[in-house]
Design a protein around this ligand. Sequence first.
Ligand code: DQA
Length: 143
Amino acid sequence: KKLLLLNGPNLNLLGTREPHVYGSTTLADVEQAAIAQAKAAGAELDFFQSNHEGALIDRIHAARTEGVDAIVINPAGLTHTSVALRDALAGVAIPFIEVHISNVHQREAFRHHSYLSGIATGVICGLGVEGYRLGIEYALKKL
Ligand code: DQA
């Protein structure tokens, strides 16, 4: 089984970015834990973070060629703005889980809508970086 972990804009700053909202775990910590988690289940996991919408879209297209079985994605700010990211995920037809570290529904109204949720297998939000682990666990078992 092959998984892809994607992180969108500004998540490279995880650990130092608004730690009261996003915690102190770094993206490198999240990615290394994800690799270990997949490996322990006999699966493969690749990860990618970009601050650029097009780079994320290109990575999603490549995932189809690579035969990726499932994607776990924190689209970050693009969640609330990007029809193109939704179209890319719909286009490759790879099942995906949407993860948000914070509880977006507790925050500003502009964070309440996601362009991705309607086509996601499931959405995890508000459980901190634990959400990545839970999303990967589900993808490993079910997708
Ligand atoms: C986020 C929530 C988004 O609203 C925000 O733009 C982010 C991170 C989260 O993980 O809680 O960058 O996706």
